[in-house]
Write a new protein. Structure first.
Length: 76
């Protein structure tokens, strides 16, 4: 999406029973000190819907120009 936004989409399908087990969507805002996640999931087989929000601190050398995991861990 961009350097400041990350999206994740997932789906689950059970091959043995041939059933749809659900879908999920997560949007993440990348900040200098935190990652802010906002997600939603749907499980049609159980008639279930959920939403979630989480705040994840970032540790390591802070460089607003790079979101690479190796940079966050200090690996060169």
């Amino acid at each position: 999406m961009s350097d400041k936004w990350i999206s994740t989409v997932g789906t689950a399908y059970e091959l043995a029973e041939g059933r749809n087990r659900g879908q999920s969507l997560t949007l993440t805002r990348v900040r200098a000190d935190f990652l802010i996640h906002l997600g939603a999931n749907v499980d049609a087989s159980k008639n279930n819907f959920g939403v979630g929000i989480s705040v994840e601190p970032r540790f390591g050398p802070f460089n607003s120009q790079s979101t690479q995991v190796s940079n966050l861990l200090g690996i060169r």
